[in-house]
Design a protein around this ligand. Structure first.
Ligand code: DER
Length: 225
C-alpha cells in the first residue's frame, strides 16, 4: 500500500474520533490534509457541528474553505481534541515535529488540548528518534545561535525555501534544523535546547499524545499510549 494511501486511511480513521460540538485542534501537513477533507465532508453531509483551531495559516485556510468554522486558540475556552501529524514517533511515544514549519503553533494547540491524537503512515514509526530536529528561533541573534549550535556539535542547517531564503514561520521566526545521531533522551535534549537564548521552541514533543493512529500495509492500527 503506498505511503499516501496509508495517510488517507489513517486520516479518515482519525476524523471518526471527532464528535458533535467539539472544539478540534487541527494539525498541519499532508496527512492532516486527509483529516481536514474527511471533516469537511462530515460538516457538509452530516451537519457535524464543530469549531476548528488551526496550527498553521495553511490549515486555517484549507479547513475554512471546506466549511469548517475556525477560531483562534485564544477565542475558545479549551480544545477538546487535537489531531496532528508527526515526522517521527518513537516507541516511547515521543515525537519529532516541525517538518511542516508549524511546530510552535502545533505545540501551543497540543498543550491546550484535553486529548491529542497523532496520525501517521507506517514510515514515521521508529524505535528511537533519529531524523533532523527543527528548532524555531528568533531572527535577531540567530546567526550567533547558529554558531553556538555548530560549536556544540548539533550540525545545524538553515531551513531555506526554494529560492534559498530562510523560511519564515507563521510567527515570522526562522527555523534551524539540527542533525543529530539517535536521540536517546528527548526530554533531556528538549530541556537543554529550550534554555538557549533565542530558541522559541523545538520540535521534540514528549508527554503529549494519547492515541496514535497508523496507516500500515494491512489497515489502520489504533495504538493507545
Ligand atoms: O510539522 C509537522 O509536525 C507536521 O505534522 C508534518 O511534518 C507531518 O508530516 P506529513 O506531511 O507526512 O503528515
Amino acid at each position: 500500500m503506498s505511503q499516501d494511501l496509508q495517510k488517507i486511511i489513517a486520516g479518515r480513521r482519525a476524523a471518526e474520533f471527532v464528535q458533535n460540538d467539539m472544539v478540534v485542534g487541527i494539525g498541519s501537513g499532508s496527512t492532516i490534509a486527509h483529516v481536514i477533507n474527511a471533516l469537511g465532508e462530515r460538516v457538509a453531509n452530516e451537519n457535524l457541528n464543530i469549531v476548528g483551531v488551526a496550527t498553521s495559516e495553511k490549515t486555517r485556510r484549507n479547513a475554512a474553505q471546506l466549511g469548517i468554522p475556525m477560531h483562534n486558540v485564544d477565542d475558545v475556552d479549551k480544545i477538546d481534541l487535537t489531531i496532528d501529524g508527526a515526522d517521527q514517533i518513537a516507541d516511547d511515544f515521543s515525537a519529532i515535529k516541525g517538518g511542516g514549519a508549524a511546530l510552535l503553533w502545533e505545540k501551543i494547540v497540543a498543550f491546550n488540548s484535553r486529548e491529542n491524537i497523532w496520525v501517521v503512515d507506517a514510515s514515521k514509526r521508529v524505535p528511537k528518534l533519529n531524523q533532523y530536529l527543527p528548532v524555531e528561533v528568533i531572527p535577531y541573534g540567530s546567526d550567533q545561535l547558529f554558531k553556538r549550535f555548530k560549536s556544540g556539535g548539533f550540525h545545524p542547517t538553515w531551513r531555506l525555501d526554494q529560492n534559498g531564503n530562510p523560511v519564515r514561520t507563521d510567527s515570522a521566526n526562522f527555523l534551524i534544523d539540527l542533525h543529530l545521531p539517535i536521540i536517546e533522551s528527548p526530554r533531556l535534549l528538549g530541556d537543554e535546547l529550550i534554555k538557549m537564548v533565542g530558541v522559541v521552541e523545538h520540535g521534540l514533543f514528549t508527554d503529549v499524545v494519547d492515541r496514535v493512529i497508523i496507516g500500515n500495509e494491512n489497515n489502520v492500527v489504533d495504538i493507545l499510549e
